[in-house]
Design a protein around this ligand. Structure first.
Ligand SMILES: [Zn+2]
Length: 390
């Protein structure tokens, strides 16, 4: 019997804090959590605290020596070992780093367990989605790869097919790396082209190794891609792959840094298109994975203007109470935003682009169009490996 959608939350995740002047400001998590409450959504979900991921869980993805290095940096940040990516500009060491990172990982693992055991149909961890962490190194603001750990835990529980869809503006390189040789996991990442953005991977030609050939899928979008192109690319690639792969669980990563206001990347996607992809992921989970859906956060550096609204939409969709884009944001939340950040908060749950429309791939494509070239490159690289027409 599956109960209400679970929202994984423990105030202590805000301890994942690289310090002043780092773009990943935990205020984005605080403000998301309070916007969820301000719109009454926490009455629609079960808010659940998860167990911290322990050593044996972390070891499902991460190397023992790396975990040791994180623990050491967590105790003594000044002694962080940069050969593990710790104590760097992207991943400065801080006291409590291991504990905060392992808690976020525990939330994603707990979400996956609850979904697989049928305790809930959907679970959301917007503190998660830390997709750049590698088995043996921190990278790109990510210490432990909660997304890969959730997938690995599902495999450990006996799941035979997990699909991971990553729509963060950056390539989901750590998750891809973790399952590069594992045909049980289909990883699909839509991101800004590696030529113009970190981590400079995610080329269409990256398709997986050996028996897992065709289980890694990468759509490298031209800088500047907007709503119509982003949605067109998503729908030209993802549904067909899921129909073929038939996942038992769908894990999705919803980095909000595709947004036109995001300071760290160069796509031009609106909140309304992000919401449309969240709705699509929800529908795809029901269509192809018996509704089993684990939804994660990810990047997002417009921490006031974009992230809280985007992930509040995600929670509403997962809860079966989608927030109407025209909804006005309660003044109480805007006051909290001002008190915490000295910035004015947004007024509405939309960028004014709803409904968003796009042209369907089945209706034809233009070989001279850069977006269509990106989609074609992906379909040609990977679809035949899965026995699908490019
Ligand atoms: Zn990102």
């Amino acid at each position: 019997m599956s109960g209400r959608t679970q929202l994984m939350w423990d105030e202590a995740v805000t301890g994942y804090d690289f310090g002043r002047d780092h773009p990943m400001d935990p205020v984005r998590l605080v403000l998301t959590r309070s916007l969820v409450a301000a719109l009454g959504l926490d009455r629609e979900v079960a808010v659940v605290e998860a167990k911290t991921a322990g050593e044996s869980t972390l070891r499902l993805v991460h190397r023992e020596d790396y975990i040791g290095a994180v623990r050491a940096a967590s105790k003594d940040p000044a002694a962080a070992d940069q050969s593990y990516g710790l104590g760097t500009t992207d991943d400065p060491a801080f006291a409590g780093m291991h504990e905060a990172s392992a808690l976020i990982a525990g939330q994603s693992v707990g979400a996956a367990e609850a979904v697989w055991r049928g305790e809930t149909l959907h679970a959301v961890n917007f503190a998660g989605g830390l997709h750049h962490a590698m088995p043996g190194a921190a990278s790109g603001f990510c210490v432990y790869n909660d997304a890969a750990l959730a997938v690995a835990r599902l495999l450990e529980l006996g799941v035979e097919r997990v699909a991971y869809i990553d729509v963060d503006v950056h390539h989901g390189d750590g998750v891809q790396a973790a399952f590069w040789e594992d045909p049980r996991v289909l990883t699909v990442s839509l991101h800004e082209h590696p030529r113009t953005l970190f981590p400079q991977t995610g080329w269409p030609e990256e398709t997986g190794a050996d028996s897992a050939q065709g289980s890694a899928v990468n759509v490298a979008l031209p800088a500047g891609t907007g709503d119509e192109g982003w949605l067109r690319a998503f729908h030209a690639v993802v549904p067909e792959l899921l129909a073929d792969f038939r996942p038992q669980v769908l894990v999705t990563q919803h980095g909000a840094d595709t947004h036109f206001e995001d300071p760290l990347a160069h796509l031009a996607v609106s909140l309304d298109a992000q919401r449309a992809v969240q709705v699509a992921c929800h529908e795809l989970a029901h269509e192809y994975a018996d509704g089993r859906w684990v939804a994660l956060g990810g990047g997002g550096y417009a921490v006031v203007e974009v992230v809280p609204r985007s992930w509040t939409h995600l929670v509403g969709i997962a809860a079966g109470k989608p927030v109407d884009p025209t909804t006005m944001i309660p003044e109480s939340w805007r006051q909290e935003v001002y008190a915490r950040t000295r910035q004015p908060g947004p007024m509405r749950m939309t960028d004014g682009r709803s409904p968003v429309t796009w042209a369907s791939w089945e209706d034809g494509y233009d070989p001279a169009d850069r977006l269509d070239q990106a989609v074609l490159a992906t379909r040609r690289a990977v679809f035949p490996l899965r026995g699908l027409l490019p």
